[in-house]
Design a protein around this ligand. Structure first.
Ligand code: CMC
Length: 431
């Protein structure tokens, strides 16, 4: 984005202002309004940041019209098909695909940091026994800053790197333990001879009295779910992480903020909300009723797992996820599951309905991920924690990138004030 020659002209109150136009390597040009307030004394208004770039980045590129998602230039379908999660983590963090030696070293580092400080067990035990795993994750990840003091100095690049590795390595253990705690089962420790996805599945499904034999097809599907959720440029949770970090907060606090944001049903919570909706619909004959509700302006109900802020054609992650769902369901022999039947019929009905096609509302990644996770045996409460563990690398990569940005400053949006103008305080007896 070096082309400073192009400009845009903005006329405010009869006065023209020249604004630089920045050219990205790909995608729409960006009008640089950084000096607008100083020049023209006006702010811009963009709730939801629908037209505003909050930073520059070299990590992920999305073309929502064409359904393109690239990490460091590599298309998501190639990464999901040919690569695996830890290699994608390396790519996101360091910018290039690793050599065999680099990958071995990285995998070894991550594998050897999966254990949690033993004292953290007691922290888990402080939660109510039926706490939602996302509630536990927000708390435990935030609390890491109280357990790992030696990696909270954000001005030390080595400490930043250690914190990054710790978060990627420990997140599956945290998510699995949040699940175990939530279900009242004993914690299962990580095992260094297993790959990242298999280790997570085993920590979730093994019990001390019976080990869990990891099926390679399920492990591959799990790894693909991690890969497909690894990063998604400046979405709500990533922007939350960047904003939290802009004040100089420590990495564990920033990632905890990202997890909290992800929990919402319009973002990462959609996979849980989607499965719950499918179960509530229950049988295909009730689909028209729910479609009608989704179209009714006076009803707040939305079809969960449909629509996306950026993808207005199709979600490229959903394509890969759908294929993965078919593989897993075939392997497990559960093609006739009632929830799945409702999902298939609902997808068909929505794709044939002009309300959804005209508004470009297509199934998103969360529509299919929930189906796979349910088939694997995860309760809906674990869907968003799995998203959070997958997205951790994206949050960290964006957090890391922020430190190399010379323009970096504390995030501080402005507002369009519509409240009262100055008025005098009225004594309570006179109100
Ligand atoms: N069901 C019914 N109508 C919808 C839906 C839906 N799922 N999504 C959007 N619309 C309608 C909406 O009512 C509006 O209609 P109108 O123009 O008549 O007022 C129009 O489509 C545009 O909606 P919007 O809310 O302005 O669009 P947005 O880009 O702000 O919202 C979204 C994107 C993902 C929040 C929204 O589509 C939604 O709530 N979807 C359901 C939740 C969901 O599946 N979220 C997961 C997103 S993918 C994973 C992730 O990135 O976290």
């Amino acid at each position: 984005m070096s082309d400073q020659k192009k400009t845009a002209t903005l006329t405010v109150n009869g006065q023209s202002h020249e604004l630089p136009v920045l050219t990205p390597t790909t995608g729409p040009e960006v009008v640089d309004i950084r000096k607008l307030y100083a020049q023209a004394g006006v702010f811009t208004y963009d709730p939801g940041f629908t037209s505003t770039a909050s930073c520059d980045s070299t990590i992920t590129y999305i073309d929502g019209e064409e359904g393109v998602l690239l990490h460091r230039g590599y298309p998501i379908d190639q990464l999901a098909g040919k690569s695996h999660y830890l290699e994608v983590c390396y790519l996101l963090l360091y910018g290039e695909l690793p050599t065999a030696a680099d990958l071995e070293k990285f995998e070894n580092t991550i594998t050897h940091h999966t254990m949690l400080h033993e004292q953290m067990q007691y922290f888990f035990r402080g939660f109510r026994r039926d706490a939602h795993p996302m509630a536990i994750m927000v708390g435990v990840v935030g609390a890491m800053s109280a357990f790992y003091h030696d990696s909270t100095d954000i001005n030390d690049p080595r400490q930043r790197e250690i914190a990054s590795h710790r978060l990627i390595a420990k997140m599956p253990t945290i998510a699995a333990w949040a699940y175990k705690y939530h279900t009242g089962q004993p914690f299962i420790y990580p095992r260094n001879d297993l790959d990242y996805a298999s280790n997570f599945l085993r920590m979730c499904f093994a019990v001390p009295v019976e080990d869990y034999e990891v099926n390679p097809i399920l492990s591959r599907a799990m790894d693909r779910i991690f890969t497909l959720h690894a990063d998604h440029e400046q979405n709500a949770s990533t922007s939350t992480v960047r904003l939290a970090s802009s004040s100089g907060a420590n990495p564990f606090a920033c990632i905890a903020a990202g997890i909290a944001c992800l929990w919402g049903p319009a973002h990462g919570g959609a996979n849980q909300a989607c499965l719950e909706m499918l179960r509530e619909i229950g049988t295909p004959d009730r689909i028209p009723e729910y479609i009608a509700r989704a179209k009714d302006k006076d009803d707040p109900f939305r079809l969960m797992g449909f629509g996306h802020r950026v993808y207005k054609n199709f979600d490229p992650r959903a394509k890969v996820m759908k294929q993965s769902a078919d593989e897993v369901l075939e392997l497990l022999g559960i093609e006739n599951n009632p929830t799945l039947q409702v999902a298939k019929e609902l997808e068909k009905a929505a794709l044939e309905d002009p309300y959804f096609t005209d508004k470009k509302l297509f199934p998103n990644v969360d529509f299919y991920s929930g189906i796979i996770l349910e088939a694997m045996g995860f309760p809906t409460s674990m869907f968003t924690p799995i998203f959070a563990l997958s997205r951790t690398v994206g949050w960290i990569s964006q957090w890391k990138e922020q430190f190399s940005d010379p323009q970096h400053k504390i995030g501080r949006p402005r507002q369009l004030y519509l409240g009262e103008t100055e008025r005098d305080y009225i004594d309570i007896e006179s109100r």
